[in-house]
Design a protein around this ligand. Sequence first.
Ligand SMILES: [Mg+2]
Length: 226
Amino acid sequence: MNKLILFDVDRTLVLSSKAHHKAFSEAFKKAYGVNATIEIINHHGMTEQQIIIEVLKKSGLSEQEIKSKIKECMKVMVDSFNKSIESEKIIPLDGVQELLKELEKNNFLMGLVTGNLEDIARGKLKKAGINHYFKIGGFGSDDINRVNLVKLAIKRAEENFTFESNKNIFLIGDAPQDIKAGKEAGVKAIGITTGIYSEKELKEAGADYTIASLKDKKRILEIISN
Ligand SMILES: [Mg+2]
């Protein structure tokens, strides 16, 4: 395994999930007594802990109050998510299944870098039938800062597989934050426009490559095989 391909989750591999959004609202209510949804901020590309802090600040809480219960909040989120994901159908975005199959066949090591809490990311991908492809990851439950999540995923790849990082890591994501984190961690960043951001915005964030969707298997293989 001489190449590592890191994927964001929401709007890169799957669409966002209702159970996930509901989990935030339930946790805001149970842990802080606040009625709020994550729609009051632009949460795309943010890590879970950033979202919790920003939504609650907007609802009038101090950062200190928020941080004192953030662990409890994340625990309630996972419990809530696990309950409601059962009845939700999650389908991978177009081309995802085919691409992952092809990458596995070609012996690429695949991982995740997502702001989602690990249990939530894994739960969504299990439902979508693609969780088994991702051997390692950096998750929103590990850290608030996305750059650290990229570094952590790489460290886990090196610790658990015969993988040595040497300009052979690619990160695929739909938000400028994915791209910026990848570049700051020293990996090549591929922006895909299946989220709310345009090719221009992803390029401005520093994307080395941009593509319309993961359906373009040929182009992705071309990029990561170089
Ligand atoms: Mg995303």
